[in-house]
Design a protein around this ligand. Sequence first.
Ligand code: COA
Length: 121
Amino acid sequence: MAIQGLGIDIVSVSRIEGMVETWGEDFLDRVFAGSELDYCLSKRRKYEHLAGRFAAKEAVIKATGRKLPWKSIEVLSEKDGSPSVRLSLDCQTAIRSEANLFVSITHQEDFALAVAVHEES
Ligand SMILES: CC(C)(COP(=O)(O)OP(=O)(O)OC[C@H]1O[C@@H](n2cnc3c(N)ncnc32)[C@H](O)[C@@H]1OP(=O)(O)O)[C@@H](O)C(=O)NCCC(=O)NCCS
């Protein structure tokens, strides 16, 4: 396996909150998978978690160099709280099936950041 790409993104939490207030479910449904909404909307600081996932999707796009649709990049939350990435089937044709994607997310107050690594054999 070799690293093919690295991506990073920073997102303003208040910008995400503003987009949800302006566009509501249209925005949420266009960007986030149902599992992501279930996770984030159950949290007290839901906009930080949404912003973290938004940053993670942008970081994956940078790491892969592909303009993948936001919703096709699903950020899962593992039992220990760590994030992982699942691509929808249509994207798996754009990205080789042997590819591994890794993300790390952090958020505090108005900022959420994420980095992503794209690895392939
Ligand atoms: C996991 C941990 C590092 C997160 O740090 P934090 O400052 O609280 O949180 P941050 O804002 O930086 O990051 C939050 C994100 O971290 C990620 N995260 C959570 N648990 C994680 C884990 N176990 N591994 C990697 N990433 C993790 C998540 O993506 C989370 O965001 P999300 O809930 O929106 O998905 C921290 O909570 C922790 O458990 N530290 C353990 C320290 C410890 O036990 N030290 C003693 C060892 S003896």
